[in-house]
Design a protein around this ligand. Structure first.
Ligand code: BMA
Length: 306
């Protein structure tokens, strides 16, 4: 039996089901807030630039999109300059009573990490632009380490394979102490690039990290999902990495879309019974749901073998 099981009613949200003109809805952040499930997702508009919208649900399966957008490129500097081409691929982490949103800010300068925050999912406030280009897929840890916030992200440097790094900050604005945690493995499913998918999930064995790995084929990139584990006390230590993928494109809605062959997870909600609801973009076109047992993902990281 597969560790990650797709919801049979996928996709759960399509461009046809939202009340705005767009070509695709995908790559959703997910969180449970006030007893309801919230998805903050990327909406690709007809000029190919993206904004973020929000949908809510009682059961985590049937989502109702809100009218209007939750976040659009800011008109205030310095955000205005660096969000000119849009904002993409959000992730949400709750730290104390605040929900922080990390997103990719796109502009003529490339792509960098933006951070915003909300307490009620009604009003969203920018915190800062938190990297140089090119960097995206930042996820914040829900806890501090020695008083410091921590994040994983995926900087890229010409000629080097995009990899997963960790950095620390006293205030979410100034970042340092950076270390590389995970690099693409040569000639494997994740040999082209690796990047964080969802914010790290605390388990008794360590921080479970779900990541995306990319393989380049004659027909373009294939995006899959994998797992690795970090030490609870010192997240700079990698405790294990599963050699295989936990999820790869296989359903028609993952093959047919704006970008075929993509499963791209940005949000997970942990249920009380140890199930994880994984929300992901399929073929950069629509939003889907899958479930997994947290403990099974943990054992894959510890056993390592595929
Ligand atoms: C990445 C990002 C994601 C996208 C993925 C697959 O580089 O642009 O937003 O889902 O490619 O196209």
């Amino acid at each position: 039996m597969e560790v990650v099981r797709r919801y049979e009613g996928n996709p759960i949200l399509t461009p046809e089901q939202v009340p705005y003109d767009c070509t695709a809805v995908y790559n959703p952040a997910a969180v449970k807030f006030d007893g309801r499930y919230i998805l903050l997702f990327r909406v690709q508009r007809k000029d190919a630039r993206s904004v973020l919208a929000l949908a809510e649900s009682e059961d985590g399966i049937r989502f109702t999109p809100r009218e209007g957008f939750a976040m659009v490129p800011s008109q205030e500097e310095p955000f205005r300059t660096y969000e000119e081409y849009g904002i993409e691929d959000p992730r949400i982490t709750r730290i104390d009573d605040t929900y922080f949103i990390t997103y990719a800010a796109y502009s003529r300068f490339g792509c960098l990490v933006g951070i915003a925050k909300t307490q009620d999912f009604e009003r969203f406030e920018r915190v800062c632009l938190a990297s140089e280009p090119d960097n995206r897929n930042a996820v914040l840890f829900p806890k501090r380490f020695g008083g410091l916030y921590a994040r994983l992200d995926r900087p890229s440097y010409p000629g080097k394979p995009p990899s997963i790094w960790i950095s620390f900050s006293p205030d979410l604005v100034h970042w340092g102490g950076s270390r590389c945690l995970l690099m693409p493995e040569e000639y494997r499913w994740d040999s082209f690039k690796v990047g964080p998918s969802v914010p790290p999930i605390e388990t008794p064995e360590g921080w479970l990290c779900i990541y995306h790995g990319v393989f380049m084929t004659m027909n373009g990139a294939v995006y899959r999902q994998g797992v690795f584990m970090l030490d609870l006390e010192d997240p700079r230590k990698v405790l294990g990495r599963y050699e295989g993928w936990i999820m790869a494109p296989k359903e028609p809605y993952e093959f047919i879309g704006y970008v075929p062959n993509v499963v791209f997870c940005c949000g997970a909600v942990e249920e009380e019974d140890g199930t994880l609801k994984l929300y992901y973009g399929a073929a950069d076109q629509c939003i889907c749901l899958a479930t997994a047992r947290l403990e099974e993902l943990v054992s894959l990281c510890i056993s390592g073998g595929s």
